[in-house]
Write a protein that binds this ligand. Structure first.
Ligand SMILES: [Zn+2]
Length: 63
């Protein structure tokens, strides 16, 4: 599985609140979670998709 390089990972911020994103793993894939917004952003083929319309609510997404 492709991991996000740490230097790129550190530059990522939630597009909604600008907050820190936490590495997570939802639905068997790599994801990024914003705890402030309770949103889970997908990571597709190692590329974070930081679009609010693509994010899922954390409470539903996280098992
Ligand atoms: Zn946020």
């Amino acid at each position: 599985m492709t991991e996000i390089p740490a230097d790129i990972r550190d530059l990522l911020a939630c597009p909604r609140c600008g907050g820190v994103l936490r590495d997570s793993r939802v639905g068997g894939g790599e994801t990024l979670t914003c705890d402030a917004c309770a949103l889970v952003y997908p990571v597709e083929e190692g590329i974070p998709v930081l679009l609010a319309e693509r994010a899922q609510p954390r409470t539903q997404a996280e098992a």
